[in-house]
Design a protein. Structure first.
Length: 163
């Protein structure tokens, strides 16, 4: 599911749904691990947010912490590694999107390491990604309902967040 290589990926609506982090963290969670649920896990969201921090995880995904510019609530957005994930590589269109999103992070903010890189001032970005309810397992920046944008398909920088 996290790389759009599951059987239900065809049912994802790629028409962008504008949302705020504060909207997404209030959604009722789908049961994590039960396959792609209806509703949030079948939508591509475009979220305007402050990019607070990022790192490379053990599975080589880029873990981004994004925050609502008004409420400061946070959630996770993840960019899969097209090189490390056989599911992502099976769909070249997705793999190209992941590579472009990772290059956006690297060229503007530097290579992702194993530790979080905090950004200050925080850039204001538009993040496009598919909704995914992950299990809560102590991730930094996690939304209270476990929603993530996973996978991220596009990032665009708009300016700077207010301090």
């Amino acid at each position: 599911m996290k790389t759009l290589s599951d059987r239900a990926a065809y049912s994802v609506s790629y028409a962008p749904h504008a949302a705020r982090v504060s909207d997404l963290v209030r959604l009722a969670p789908a049961y994590a691990g039960a396959g792609r649920g209806s509703g949030a896990e079948r939508k591509l969201y475009e979220v305007r947010a402050c990019l607070s921090a990022y790192k490379r995880e053990a599975d080589r995904d880029y873990h981004l912490v994004i925050a609502d510019p008004a409420t400061h609530e946070t959630m996770i957005a993840e960019i899969p590694s097209a090189q490390e994930c056989s599911g992502a590589c099976a769909y070249p269109w997705n793999a190209r999107k992941y590579v472009a999103a990772r290059q956006f992070v690297e060229t503007r903010f530097g290579q992702a390491g194993r530790r979080f890189r905090n950004l200050y001032p925080r850039p204001l970005v538009d993040v496009s990604g598919v909704g995914f309810f992950d299990t809560l397992h102590g991730q930094w920046g996690v939304a209270r309902n476990g929603i993530e944008l996973h996978p991220v398909l596009r990032l665009r920088r708009l300016g700077w967040c207010a301090p």
